[in-house]
Design a protein around this ligand. Structure first.
Ligand code: PEP
Ligand code: MG
Length: 591
């Protein structure tokens, strides 16, 4: 039966594929494809796992003291029976043979199927047997992880098989996916994803957009309603997931898929066209990147530089092995060289909130121990609390500046005392490089304006920095007191809120008046619904995912900034800025 699940559209386009359900509790299971010639070996690993676990259980039973409760032995009997049951072993083999999943993935896929069946049982006693199946499978997974010599690669290893991807497209369905795991998906074969939780501007959604794959988040019931291997359509434009679509619906979506591919190809032709408005204003279109390897996509998109390199992604999935100065230097230099003379703006780490560091010793940075992570030790606050690491990063960036044009961007700055400490750290980092005889170049220093306090005190900040970049994602979060990652309040996360637009407009106006560079690097910059409004405010530099550049350029080519600027007061003074913007600029109020 075909059903629809509704969530939030976070990354455009249509993906059609088989659902791969990954339960959060199984996120540590390695997921990869095996080639046709490895299928037999993978089945053998599965058989071994079953035999070893059966032997463990039998010996537990044999060694049981005579006075042990009878239920315990009966329980082991149940586990042994489940272990040899056909619905576990032959069905698991099916995933290996038909889908080419590795044994761990096959086993967890089958567990999802069985768990669902148990959940639907009427009889309470039988329903509770789900826990037994989970325990048996857990033991087998533990054996397989030991066997593979790893403790599980996490979603991180999900479907990493560039040369063998199975025959059918796959889409990922999960309760949640952390930004660090998302990063790994950049190398995976998934063509789209759906999560139960998450907000439109969570970092998970942002990485999805940067990958340019259709995605829907906050689809609350998705991972319960969708079954392993169901055919699903992810409509990333409407925020809808269609499960087991009828033939006619499928045809309709395939048509839309083809249309959007054509549209993409058409937009790609704008790649080398300069972004100049009808009245001759040159607009700078920069790229947001997460890893140095993304610089290639930035160049390919026609970006004239990197406006935001989210350096914290270098620190993710690294647990106790954080990148040191040399490794960071290599990463920044790689991006600088790839940009071939175009500027690269490296933002110092924005650790914390929904991007916690995995380092176990920093318990306070892990969500569960922090009262309110978005308001906690995040970004520059974190860097200033770890002065050694901060200077290490600054040295690495400064060294990379000997190879091209580099700018440093400080996130979440809100106090002038933080400005002073930042410049002291910079001076010391430079001194350390000089003392060590290491080359470094001249860098411009900028501040992210993403805390309302900084926007309200913008002139004081502009006196210290060469440029500012407006982080609208956080500016909205903090101005409206809405956690950007929480789908329960996602409907209140409103970029059109007049208070937000006033903060943005004030910042742009002050920077232009004082002759400082100003850019927007939040998601607003890559949303064509805001292009005319931002141009009207006087913005001439936009930074966004490379995949959005052509679309925004298209709008810029059709814009006349003089006409737009004259309508700005009417839009900003309206109660409903979205409707007023549509009225004055002839734009759709949302995209
Ligand atoms: C922002 O807050 O708008 C921004 C660009 O930074 P991030 O999304 O990484 O917090
Ligand atoms: Mg931010």
């Amino acid at each position: 039966m075909s059903i629809q699940v509704f969530g939030m559209a976070v990354s455009r386009g249509v993906a059609i594929g088989r659902a791969v359900l990954v339960a959060s509790s199984r996120i540590d299971v390695a997921h990869y494809f095996v080639g046709p010639d490895q299928v037999a070996a993978e089945i053998e690993r599965l058989r071994m796992a079953r035999n070893v676990v059966a032997a463990e259980l039998s010996s537990l039973q044999a060694d049981m003291p005579a006075d042990a409760p009878a239920e315990l032995s009966a329980l082991l009997d149940v586990h042994l029976m489940l272990l040899h049951d056909d619905t576990l072993s032959s069905a698991t083999k099916h995933w290996i043979v038909e889908r080419h999943y590795n044994a761990e993935w096959a086993l967890s896929a089958q567990l999802e199927v069985l768990a669902r069946q148990f959940d639907e049982m009427e009889d309470e006693y039988l329903r509770e047997r789900k826990a037994d199946v989970e325990q048996v499978v857990e033991r087998m997974l533990q054996f397989l992880a030991r066997d593979a010599g790893r403790a599980g690669g996490g979603i991180a290893q999900a479907a990493l098989a560039p040369d063998f991807g199975g025959e059918e497209p796959l889409v990922l369905v999960a309760n949640d996916v952390a930004p660090a795991d998302m990063l790994q998906f950049k190398r995976s074969v998934f063509t789209g994803f759906v999560t139960d939780v998450g907000g439109q501007n969570s970092h998970t959604a942002i990485v999805a957009r940067s990958m340019d794959i259709p995605a829907v988040v906050g689809a609350r019931e998705a991972s319960r309603l969708i079954r392993q291997d169901d055919w699903i359509v992810i409509d990333g434009d409407a925020g809808v997931v269609v499960v087991n679509p009828s033939q006619i619906v499928l045809e309709e979506y395939r048509f839309r898929q083809r249309q959007s591919e054509l549209e993409r190809a058409r937009l790609h032709r704008l790649r080398n066209t300069p972004a100049v408005t009808l009245d001759g204003q040159a607009i700078e279109l920069l790229a947001n990147i997460e890893m140095p390897g993304d610089a290639a996509a930035a160049v390919e998109s026609g970006a004239v530089g990197v406006g935001l390199f989210r350096s914290e992604f270098l620190f993710m999935n690294r647990a106790d092995d954080l990148p040191g100065e040399d490794e960071q230097f290599e990463a920044y230099r790689e991006a600088v060289l790839a940009m071939n003379g175009l500027p690269v703006t490296v933002r110092t780490v924005d650790i914390g909130a929904d991007k916690p560091l995995e380092r176990l010793s920093s318990a306070e940075l892990r969500h569960e121990h922090v009262l309110n992570p978005a308001l906690g030790l995040r970004a520059i606050r974190w860097s200033l609390s770890e002065p050694g690491m901060f200077r290490q990063q600054l040295r690495a960036i400064l060294r990379a500046s000997a190879f091209g044009k580099v700018r440093i961007l400080i996130p979440m700055i809100a106090h002038l005392s933080e400005v002073r400490l930042t410049f002291e750290a910079l001076a010391r980092a430079r001194q350390q490089l000089d003392d060590a005889g290491r080359a470094h170049g001249r860098v411009e220093i900028g501040a992210m304006i993403e805390v309302p306090a900084a926007a309200l005190q913008i002139e004081a900040f502009l006196r210290h920095f060469d440029f500012v970049s407006i982080g609208t994602n956080d500016l909205i979060q903090y101005a409206l007191a809405i956690d950007r990652a929480d789908e329960a309040v996602a409907h209140l996360y409103d970029p059109w809120h007049p208070a937000v637009l006033h903060l943005v407009a004030m910042t742009i106006e002050a920077a232009n008046r004082l002759g400082r560079g100003v850019s927007v690097c939040g998601e607003m910059a890559g949303d064509p619904a805001f292009t005319d409004l931002l141009l009207a405010m006087g913005l001439r530099s936009f930074s966004m995912h490379p995949s959005r550049i052509a679309l925004i350029k298209q709008r810029i080519l059709r814009a006349d900034t003089r006409r737009l600027a004259s309508a700005l007061p009417a839009v900003l003074s309206a109660d409903d800025c979205s409707a007023a913007s549509a009225r004055h600029f002839g734009l759709p109020s949302s995209v």
